[in-house]
Design a protein. Structure first.
Length: 174
């Protein structure tokens, strides 16, 4: 399978980065000289506490192991789906391995994990492939099915799938 075909599976896996830490503004001291300044609080004034950072989407998906499980099932779903499997029928085992690794790296990178996705952008990857609306829908359904199998929470699923909409124009009909 060529890079163009391999990249098409990456369609549903670029996601939003989540979990920016709350950073408080200047300490507001009440009744002290210089109140409202950036010089800190007066003695005895309570210190502003920062809210703990929310875990990244990467961590909420189960880290590398959780993502790999979802990716394995996603690729299995794509290969078994008559609506899209013609694009994968000639793949050899090393190509399937590489495909899964690329998808997992892309999800890991996009969700705040320690990986780097070094693949091509979606428009370049899908140029000339003429992905149809039906194939797009099948891909989203297959990813959702994999996420459901791994009991990914509704919030995490929404965040992950939420990135698909903006990518559609770079994939369908190219």
């Amino acid at each position: 399978m060529g890079r163009r075909q391999m990249g098409w599976v990456l369609v549903g896996v670029v996601v939003m980065v989540v979990g920016m830490a709350f950073v408080p503004g200047p300490v507001e001291a009440q009744g002290c000289a210089g109140a409202g300044s950036n010089f800190g609080a007066c003695a005895g004034a309570p210190a502003a506490a920062a809210a703990p950072a929310a875990p990244s989407l990467y961590k909420r998906l189960g880290g590398r192991e959780g993502i790999s499980g979802v990716v394995d099932d996603f690729v299995t779903n794509m290969v078994a789906d008559a609506r899209v499997n013609a694009r994968f029928k000639d793949m050899k085992a090393p190509e399937v391995f590489k495909l899964k690794a690329n998808i997992a790296d892309q999800i890991c990178d996009a969700t705040g994990g320690p990986c780097s996705y070094l693949g091509r952008d979606m428009k370049t990857t899908h140029k000339g492939m003429k992905i149809t609306e039906a194939e797009w829908n099948a891909t989203v359904e297959n990813l959702t099915k994999a996420l459901d199998k791994h009991k990914v929470g509704a919030k995490e699923k929404t965040e992950l799938l939420g990135a698909l909409g903006p990518m559609k124009g770079d994939i369908v009909g190219q």
